[in-house]
Structure formats: C-alpha cells, structure tokens
Design a binder for this molecule. Structure first.
Ligand code: FA5
Ligand code: MG
Length: 416
C-alpha cells in the first residue's frame, strides 16, 4: 500500500478501467474525471451529432470504393478499446523514443505500459497484421489539454488505411511499386520514401487527395480547400487538408503515404498504402454550427433532440439551448369520444400558447387503447425551461395545472 505522507490516506495501488485492473506507477496520470468519460462512446449513440457525422463519412467510403460485385471494400471498426499499449500508440508507428507526443504532460497514462489512446492510428498495425487492406477506425481519443470552446481532453477521430498492390496500380504489369537504392525524388517540396517508385507514390497521392477532396465536398458542399505540407513520423510525404469555413481556414485532417516499415513490420510486403486521420468534432461543429465542443457531452434533451433525424444527410442547424436546468412534468388523459376530433397538434398548440417560452419540448411518450372501454389514452412529457432564469418546481406546477385545466375545457379530454 502507498500512503500520502500528509494525512495517511490510502491511495489504491490499482486503477480500474473498463472492467480491468491496472497497477499504478510513477506514470499514472488518468484522473477520475477522465476515467468517468471512458465508455460513453458518443460516436455510437443514436442521433448524436458525432454519430451522424461518422455515418456520413462511412457512407461516403462505402459508396466510393466498391469491389467488382458492388460490395463496399472498406471494413469499419468503431468499437476498439481506448486502452492501448505504448507499443500500439507510439512504437508500432515509428514514433521516436524522445518524441514530444509521448510526454506525460500530453497523454493520459494508465501506467508505464498502457495509456488512453492519443489517436486512432494506434490501431493501424494490429489491423494490418490481421490482414486487412481497406479499413476505417473510429473512436474516442485522449489528450491532456485545456478546456475551452474548441478544446476538450477527449475528442473523436476517424482514421483510414487503404493498401494497393502492383496489380491494382499497374494493371498492364509494366511498372513497379518498389525500387532499391537511395532515390528520394521530390513530391512537391517533400522527399518520397526511397523504397517507393515515383510513379507509384504519385498515383497514391492522387487517389488519396481526390478521395479526401470528394469527402470534403460530400460533407460541406462546394467548399474551398487547400493542401498544406506537414510531417508525421508514420507517413511520408504528409499533408493536411484545410477547408475555408466561416472566414477561417480549419484543419480537417492529416494524411500521407504510409511508412513502408510499418507495413513490413506487420507482414505486408507487396503493397503500398495511404492513411489519414480526421477529427469528428471539427466536422460536426462546422456542419451543425455547434458553438462549443463541451456540448457534445451534454445529456440535455434540448441538445440531443435536435439531432433526431430520419436521414443522416438532413440539414440541421443547431439552436442554442438555455443554460438553466430543465423541469419535467408528465400529463396523461383519455381522448374525447370518437365523434370529437382530437389531434396531437391541438394539444401542442395549447401547451405553447399557455407555456410560451417556458416550454422547451412536448413529447408523446405513451399511447394505448383500453381493452374494455376502447378509449384512447395519451401521455405527454412537457419539458419546461426558461431562457433567463431557473424555474422552481412550484412555478412549473402552476403552469402545468393551467395547461391541464385548459385542455380539459377546450379539447374535451379527461385527465387520468
Ligand atoms: C493525428 O492524430 C494523426 N494520427 C493523423 C494521421 C493519421 C495522419 C494517419 C497521417 C496518417 P493530429 O494530431 O493532427 O494528427 O489530429 C488529426 C485531426 O484530429 C486534426 O486534423 C483535427 O481534425 C483533429 N484534432 C486534433 N486535435 C484536436 C483537438 N484538440 N480537438 C478537436 N479535434 C482535434
Ligand atoms: Mg494536426
């Protein structure tokens, strides 16, 4: 047992995450606050904006890359554990021992051996080793950072890998993917990897860039974009795609031609690959005009209900929700007899005309017919919230009673 010298409080030796126990050591810096976010899987939550964006990107890949039988070529992995080894997150990607991205000050380490993945690329090698050629990896990533409108220590990335054989690139069999020697001809201002032929790299660059430009247009419509040279330890050459959105250049993703040693280390010797990694929050904030990255973590139905759509391609513009708490009251009643018309909209209008801006949502949550009397019962959930103050339950009760009394008089319903 370890003791804090000051007050002799016991600090547990182990940290439990996702049902496994890890031994603490001098690297452990995962806080309880961060640990509580592991497993929320926002990207898997139905109707969450990150889920909508994920689906749109997956659909784009399914549609763009099909085999001869018209089946999608890409496999999707969106449920990989965020707990990865230092080997997965760094070593397998040729990230040098002294690289700043490994610093304790930048990552959430569980101990010297494990950390919360800092990027989805952490899974690249294991999926290559499993024999996959075309795949997408989607999940939550963790980086120590300040918290403000655009930064949060947990965000979500979508990574992709695509491998091509010599037959894929050169069907007539006349050219090669690989060459020996020291030729580092330039691709723009960046050197190619010596093992790749210039033609192979140029073809890969072209497919990579046209794929991602197509993705940007698919998401944002006719948007202005630009390519910026950059560096990653795991790709060469490397680029960033920026899109011009609301008077500013926004970095959407990083990408490049995969370092051949990563492929060789995973047993792939006859293919060349491209890869990229993109931030889902960035896309969602632009697409839906969500002003603050913290909103993605909201459990407030005023936020989430705005993303309930039939089609993921639907246009959604986020409307600001109140910072004040919601108050929820249900109301159940028997509808009038069949000869009297009742429409849900009559009730919605009545609630709005009485509740005004204090009503945020009205949802029909139950609807059944009594087996004997054949009468229909509806239950509505009314969510009250003021834009500028906290409503007390007493205030809400007065309003709620007025709504039910008026409904009784005007709509002929019978309160249960
Ligand atoms: C990476 O994480 C690389 N693994 C991407 C990659 C994969 C490159 C495969 C080449 C091949 P970077 O740290 O730049 O790179 O993050 C990638 C994207 O994640 C960024 O372009 C951005 O869209 C998003 N992103 C990065 N940091 C944040 C942040 N703090 N908040 C929100 N989104 C972020
Ligand atoms: Mg970057």
């Amino acid at each position: 047992k370890r003791y804090l010298s000051s007050n002799l409080k016991v600090l547990p030796n182990n940290i439990n995450l996702l049902g496994s126990s890890y031994t603490r050591d001098d690297y452990t810096n995962v806080t309880d606050r961060i640990a509580a976010l592991i497993g929320r899987n926002l990207h898997l939550q139905k109707c969450h904006p990150l889920n909508l964006v994920q689906q749109r990107i997956v659909n784009y890949f399914y549609k763009t890359f099909v085999n001869s039988r018209q089946n999608p070529q890409f496999s999707v992995f969106n449920n990989l554990s965020p707990i990865v080894s230092v080997t997965q997150n760094f070593d397998s990607l040729l990230i040098p021992e002294n690289h700043p991205s490994r610093a304790k000050s930048d990552c959430y380490y569980i101990n010297r051996e494990y950390l919360l993945r800092a990027h989805m690329t952490a899974h690249q090698s294991e999926l290559l080793l499993a024999g996959l050629n075309d795949f997408l990896m989607i999940g939550d990533v963790y980086r120590r950072d300040e918290i403000d409108r655009t930064h949060y220590p947990v965000f979500h990335q979508l990574d992709a890998v695509r491998l091509r054989t010599r037959d894929n690139l050169f069907p007539d069999g006349k050219l090669e993917l690989f060459e020996s020697g020291n030729n580092t001809s330039y691709i723009g201002a960046q050197e190619k990897q010596p093992c790749h032929t210039l033609t192979a790299v140029k073809l890969m660059e072209q497919e990579l860039k046209s794929t991602l430009e197509g993705l940007a247009i698919c998401l944002f419509g006719n948007v202005q974009f630009r390519w910026v040279d950059t560096q990653f330890p795991f790709t060469q050459p490397s680029w960033e795609l920026e899109v011009f959105y609301k008077d500013d250049w926004l970095e959407l993703l990083g990408c490049g031609i995969m370092k051949q040693a990563i492929l060789t280390n995973s047993g792939v010797t006859d293919r060349i690959g491209w890869a990229f990694g993109l931030g889902l929050e960035r896309v969602a904030m632009c697409l839906y005009q969500i002003p603050d990255i913290r909103l993605f973590w909201s459990k407030d139905s005023g936020f989430l209900s705005q993303f309930k759509v039939f089609s993921v391609d639907e246009n959604i513009k986020y409307k600001e929700i109140s910072q004040f708490p919601q108050c929820t009251n249900d109301i159940s009643f028997w509808l009038p007899n069949n000869d009297q018309e009742f429409s849900n909209n009559d009730f919605y209008d009545l609630v709005r005309s009485i509740g005004g801006d204090m009503v945020e949502q009205v949802q029909l949550i139950d609807n059944f017919i009594h087996p004997k009397t054949k009468k229909t019962s509806h239950c509505y959930r009314i969510i009250y919230r003021h834009m500028h103050k906290t409503l007390t339950q007493a205030e809400v009760n007065v309003l709620h009673a007025k709504i039910s009394e008026t409904a009784r008089q005007k709509l002929g319903i019978l309160i249960r």
